[in-house]
Design a protein around this ligand. Structure first.
Ligand code: ATP
Ligand code: MG
Length: 368
């Protein structure tokens, strides 16, 4: 997968940008607040249909402009494609184009440009609550496995229903009659989610640990462990077995659920634990260790995507070199030999040999 070029009009601080990229490392250099992250944001927008820094799309349009126009040429499996998105101020909905043909929504553009992004906020994946880690699994599996995406949607729908039953049964006791039916279906779909997650995590854990060990010069051991419903003894077991064990858990928690009015059992509470040299990373990891683990996680994700789709996703690394000691910087830079990479950093002579250099200043490319 290769991003050949991008054209931006009225996007963030770019009034007008026409940039071409190389297949290997593209080093995006510039002082603070010049537009380095904005450029990566434009790339991920065309990749995922979402802005990673904001939920308000309007913020992407340059102050004072009426619209933002983003267009990229992508080369994948020897075919060139053009992706384009136009965003408008006010209520007018965005317009999406694939090879010049207008698309109804982003689903038909999904997978045309696959990217793996690492940004400083990703450090929170390992530091904060379970939700961010579940989202990491969900994001990857939804892209890789359509069956997972369907199961997740259905499970979520059932969970919403069951939560309402548990909240409102005191006013309407007859609601409780529907509970066994919901529990059964949630056990079925829940077992599917657990099976997918366990398989994915098995690969992710192996690769992440491998990257982290090399990254730290063999000084650190990282282990990822899947945490799901406590009665599920082996999440890699047959689905029927998992389903039965979820039902056991539901049964033993039925009373507590009814009394508390909350849904206490099921894979919507899943998590994975990260341990570095036998200590939980969340509480004991140093900044550098957390950063190393988070980057290892992303490199592992890239590898799984490549194995699965046959195409190396474009790697986007925002501000990744800061806070890494020299050994770790060298390791990371060595990992960048395969596939296309965009890496932002503040002006630094040291890195300019890595690949093509794009100097960004005030939302424009600065000539050499
Ligand atoms: P750093 O090194 O500090 O991370 P950066 O080069 O990554 O800096 P960006 O986040 O890409 O910086 O750009 C930030 C600049 O873009 C800010 O100065 C901000 O005011 C400007 N900006 C953000 N949104 C818009 C917008 N809609 N219109 C115009 N300018 C914007
Ligand atoms: Mg930035």
């Amino acid at each position: 997968m290769e991003l050949e070029s991008i054209r931006l009009r009225g996007f963030r601080n770019y009034a007008e940008l026409d940039a071409a990229f190389v297949p290997g490392v593209n080093l995006v250099l510039g002082d603070n607040a010049q537009g380095k992250t904005n450029l990566l944001e434009a790339v991920t927008y065309l990749s995922t249909g979402k802005a990673f820094r904001t939920r308000k799309e309007q913020e992407l349009i340059q102050f004072g402009a009426d619209f933002a126009d983003l267009e990229a040429d992508v080369l994948a499996k020897n075919r060139e494609k053009t992706l384009r998105a136009v965003l408008f101020t006010g209520r007018k909905p965005r317009q999406l184009f694939l090879n010049g043909v207008k698309q109804k929504n982003f689903t038909t553009m999904e997978g045309e440009l696959t990217t793996v992004l690492f940004c400083p906020e990703d450090l929170l994946i390992l530091k904060s609550g379970a939700e961010k880690r579940r989202r990491l699994l969900d994001n990857a599996l939804c892209q890789l496995r359509p069956g997972y995406s369907r199961a997740l949607q259905e499970y979520q729908r059932l969970l919403d229903h069951k939560s309402r039953i548990l909240k409102d049964w005191r006013d309407r006791p007859s609601y409780l009659d529907a509970l066994p039916g919901f529990n059964l279906r949630m056990a079925q779909f829940g077992a599917a989610l657990i099976a997918y997650r366990a398989n994915y995590l098995q690969k992710l854990a192996r690769l992440t640990a491998q990257y982290h060990r090399e990254f730290s010069g063999d000084r650190e051991r990282l282990a990822l462990t899947y945490r799901t419903v406590s009665t599920v003894l082996d999440p890699l077991a047959a689905r029927a077995e998992i389903e039965r064990q979820i039902l056991d858990h539901q049964e033993s928690h039925l009373r507590a659920e009814i009394e508390s009015g909350q849904c206490l059992t099921g894979p919507h509470r899943d998590d994975f634990e990260v341990v570095c040299n036998d200590l939980p990373l969340k509480s004991f990891g140093s900044q550098g260790q957390v950063r190393t683990a988070a980057i290892s996680l992303k490199l592992a994700e890239r590898e799984i995507f490549r194995d699965d789709t046959g195409e190396m996703p474009v790697l986007l690394l925002d501000d990744v070199l800061s806070e890494l000691d020299e050994g770790r910087q060298d390791f990371l830079l060595n990992q960048l030999r395969a596939g296309q990479v965009f890496i932002t950093c503040c002006e630094d002579r040291k890195f300019t040999k890595l690949g093509a250099v794009l100097h960004i200043a005030g939302g424009a490319l600065r000539p050499e």
